[in-house]
Design a protein around this ligand. Structure first.
Ligand SMILES: Cc1cc2nc3c(=O)[nH]c(=O)nc-3n(C[C@H](O)[C@H](O)[C@H](O)COP(=O)(O)OP(=O)(O)OC[C@H]3O[C@@H](n4cnc5c(N)ncnc54)[C@H](O)[C@@H]3O)c2cc1C
Length: 476
């Protein structure tokens, strides 16, 4: 008898649970925290939420809604985190999901079994003295999130150990009060860095925003609509060589040149990186409340020196330097995401680990939750056997092909390792569904049945080296 384990009850795990419950696929969902919502639960007792008090979604409510349940129409365009959490609670109640979730249950080990299937071990979170409980599952859906394991500069910036001021990662930033009247350096120009620098600058004595390479800063509204709506508008279907310059022009017309704000011109086009959206940063830059800086080359006791040779007095640092993708319950010899890249077919299926699936590891610009249910539906199809996968070799070739496309499309940084184009991804998923149905009916070759062979660590490298892919295979 098949039984599935879902790890995590954040947005990804909830979407997986909703789909499996609707199809009556037997499953258990383990959630480390005592309540659902993942990152969106402020102060989550799982210790994994980096949400700060004033945080609002950086994309609109339409882009934060699952396909099967819209966010309330009368709510704000960019909901506060408390409203996103209320929505997730509503989603779980609407689809009666609470009864499937074991709360306070941290999965500590997921191990492939020789005879096929997976052994999953869980225990009460943070309580090493409680007895770990092993259970066997035919399928495991990993939905543990990828924004909880803070990444710091590696190697550390020279002089880091001599700096005597306060230093936190943005994961631990909650409010601007501790920074009032201080000289603060925020490192990193992703969404968190931009928004936190803008917020701190209202009361700090000085605020510096440092980025090794400058980012495009998008306003939240473009042409009178939430900027993320552009992702779903007809022009988004245009080829990238038209869309890229068109977006650059649109930004120039609405926001003006980066130089107006003292920002350097980014070396890449606006679509080559995950967008940093912050109207408030642009205003605070224009007011001189935030001073942009290049990368930090050296820390002193109470100073930071920058790569342009300038030096500033600093007494607090916020590292908005992103997150590592981690799976502490999986041996790295089974699965890992080195350099922020995952070896996953359509960002979901590891080619040689039958019965293991990953949710939410595709990072699109301008849309998030709407992708999760279609991904969960595909996983449920695979579990039920109504679709079949290509062979592991074909999947590895498709991943390698996608990697080459990715390298041509996005800046080569850790942060962009799982970046996707949402339209291309949706298309590839639909194509794979059609091909998978044909494979399941026997019209196309399916992979050999049997237990998942233990993963050969060399697979990750070999996929890089493979070329070409079966014509029916999707590519993101
Ligand atoms: C500051 C910040 C702002 C963001 N803003 C936006 C935004 O505006 N819009 C947007 O779409 N996205 C935003 N994101 C991205 C965010 O990651 C996603 O919105 C979403 O929360 C991802 O859902 P998830 O379920 O994959 O992960 P999470 O929300 O992180 O949930 C993962 C769940 O898995 C559980 N878990 C983890 N490990 C285990 C284990 N071993 N055993 C049991 N349970 C486990 C955790 O307790 C958690 O509940 C933001 C991220 C950050 C850091």
């Amino acid at each position: 008898m098949r039984r599935t384990c879902v790890i995590g009850a954040g947005p990804s795990g909830l979407a997986a649970s909703k789909v499996l419950a609707a199809r009556k696929v037997p499953f258990d969902c383990f959630e480390a925290g005592s309540q659902l919502g993942g990152l969106w639960r402020y102060g989550n007792d799982n210790g994994m939420s980096g949400v700060y008090a004033s945080l609002h979604a950086n994309i609109s409510k339409e882009s934060m809604s699952f396909s099967s349940l819209a966010m309330p129409e009368d709510g704000p365009v960019f909901p506060h985190h408390s409203k996103v959490l209320a929505y997730l609670e509503d989603y779980a109640t609407t689809f009666d999901l609470h009864r499937h979730i074991a709360f306070g249950a941290e999965v500590t080990s997921v191990r492939p079994l020789d005879e096929g299937g997976w052994e999953v071990v869980h225990r009460r979170r943070g309580d090493a003295s409680t007895q770990a409980v092993p259970r066997c599952y035919t399928d495991v859906v990993v939905a543990n999130g990828h924004h909880w394991d803070p990444r710091l500069p590696d190697p550390a910036i020279p002089g880091t150990e001599t700096f005597e001021g306060s230093a936190v990662h943005s994961h631990d930033y909650r409010s601007p009060e501790p920074y009032a009247g201080r000289r603060v350096l925020v490192i990193g120009m992703g969404n968190s860095g931009c928004e936190i620098a803008a917020e701190i600058s209202r009361t700090a004595e000085r605020t510096y925003l440092s980025a090794r390479s400058p980012a495009h800063v998008f306003p939240k509204m473009l042409l009178g609509r939430p900027a993320d709506h552009l992702v779903r508008s007809p022009p988004a279907a245009l080829p990238r060589f038209i869309k890229g310059p068109a977006m650059a022009l649109l930004l120039r017309l609405t926001r003006g040149a980066p130089a107006h704000y003292g920002l350097a011109e980014p070396a890449h086009g606006p679509l080559a990186a995950h967008p940093s959206t912050s109207d408030e940063l642009l205003v605070q830059l224009a007011r001189g409340a935030v001073t942009p800086k290049p990368g930090v080359s050296l820390f002193g006791r109470d100073t930071a020196t920058f790569t342009d040779g300038s030096r500033e007095s600093v007494d607090a640092v916020v590292y908005a330097t992103g997150y590592s993708i981690s799976f502490p319950f999986l041996s790295p010899s089974v699965f890992a995401a080195p350099s922020g890249r995952t070896e996953l077919y359509l960002r979901t299926v590891p080619p040689r680990l039958a019965g293991l699936y990953f949710m939410g590891l595709a990072q699109p610009s301008g849309v998030a939750f709407p992708l999760l249910e279609p991904q969960a539906e595909w996983i449920a199809d695979l579990i039920e056997g109504t679709v079949a996968l290509p062979t592991p070799e074909e999947m590895a070739r498709a991943i390698a092909r996608e990697r080459r496309h990715h390298a041509r499309t996005y800046v080569p940084t850790y942060r962009h390792g799982i970046e996707i184009d949402v339209r291309a991804y949706g298309k590839a998923l639909r194509r794979e569904l059609r091909a998978g149905r044909r494979r399941a009916r026997g019209a196309l070759p399916a992979p050999p049945a049997g237990p998942p062979p233990p993963r050969n660590p060399a697979d990750a490298q070999s996929a890089e080296a493979l070329h070409g892919a079966g014509s029916e295979l999707g590519s993101t």
